[in-house]
Design a binder for this molecule. Sequence first.
Ligand code: XMP
Length: 513
Amino acid sequence: LVLVVDFGAQYAQLIARRVREARVYSEIVPHSMPVADMLAKNPKAIILSGGPSSVYAEEAPGIDNSLFTAGTPVFGMCYGFQLMAQGLGGTVDDNGAREYGRTPVTVGVPGTLLKDIPPAHNVWMSHGDSVSEAPEGFTVLASTADTPVAAFENVGKQLAGVQWHPEVLHSEHGQKVLEHFLWEIAGARPTWTIGNIAEEQIERVREQIGDHRAICALSGGVDSAVAAAIVAKAIGDRLTCVYVDHGLMRKNESVAIEKAFRDSTGAELKIVDAEKEFLDALAGVTDPEEKRKIIGREFIRCFERAEVEILGDSDEKVAFLVQGTLYPDVVESGGGAGTSNIKSHHNVGGLPEDLEFELVEPLRELFKDEVRAVGSQLGLPDEIVQRQPFPGPGLGIRIIGEVTKERLDILREADAIAREEMTKAGLDRDIWQMPVVLLADVRSVGVQGDGRTYGHPVVLRPVTSEDAMTADWARLPYDVMERISTRITNEVSEINRVTVDITSKPPGTIEWE
Ligand code: XMP
């Protein structure tokens, strides 16, 4: 086990992920956790993440210096690097230099940390303060034009750090730096595999739920299916899966989901038809966050109703609600310590306050690709495991403006055409997902069959991604875009314009709302 101490940036989970890629299991802990509690977990190493503060700022999150002398290997990155320098008697100050983004670094002495790494390479920086003097006993390994001490190590004490962010893909050789620390300086063995996760989670869930009953919110996506499979293995038939058809699904999707999931999760499946309730609750609402909260609330109301039906006259209670919440959902909903709320993912920030269930979220620490691997391992079919992501709030957040049945039907037709053409072109695996967004409050003039039209535009949003935290717009082949555009404008009379969104994330998010 390696602990990643989160100092409030969105980097901590990327670090955790890279550590796992080095086949060493990692977990994230908040910086507020006492050092004694961290050490009590008996970690093989502790990594201090970056963070938005200055180590000198009044409210700056710190860490007790005893960590650096406890005999556990420690690696500091960016802010964590500065904390380590400061904690061991080095000097950190604001020398006026700022380094953001790609920065050339020069390796002077490779040492253990930077061995076999080219002396000149580019790394990704994001800092104002710098370490101007390394602590005693440390070897300075690298520098940049503005930062004299960009990396250091004390191999005997198993301590090291870098000013840059080795965890981001833009830092060349970043994974190697991390592996040198983990495998060589800290002596961690690369033995962890995804298989351990499934077993561990099944055990954890069994403990959490005990001999109570649980219901699982099945959305039709990979995440909830894998969560259900884990819980089914843990508590057997005390789990009932509930699929809420909220009327915001894509064309023919509910039927297909029901068919695909009936057997594969091995759990009982109950379908709740709640289209009317959702659409009534969404009437007149245009604000994206409000939509998300309403949808989150209506979901819970459906589960409460399902609970009553499942129990019949028995005086038992379903105390637990299983959700397929992933790590990025938690982080982007402001769930990480000190991170800001980008949007309220319906199953995290969108939950009502008077929630009567205790949540069971076996995937809360995982990334999508890890979830897929766990799913395959649990024997779920590819049809489910390789499904592209689709948000819980469904088409409700892909209609910009009020959500109505009529608008949903228009979007469903356009979306079905786009999906069909993508599948025909064999692009389903290359593309992470392609939301089709209806700009319902925008109208544009067109001409069709010699007549004037005054219809709506749709936006295609094809993206590639590794984990949805960042994404790039996908370069679709022109002929595929052309077929989609021609078919949508010909076959869906309300739509007279098709556009493509070419914004990466950041600055855009994948969904428009
Ligand atoms: P964004 O729009 O935040 O999306 O870049 C990242 C990924 O998450 C999906 N998404 C959601 N999934 N509930 C979900 O289950 C939600 O509320 C939600 N919002 C966005 C989105 O489709 C993309 O894959």
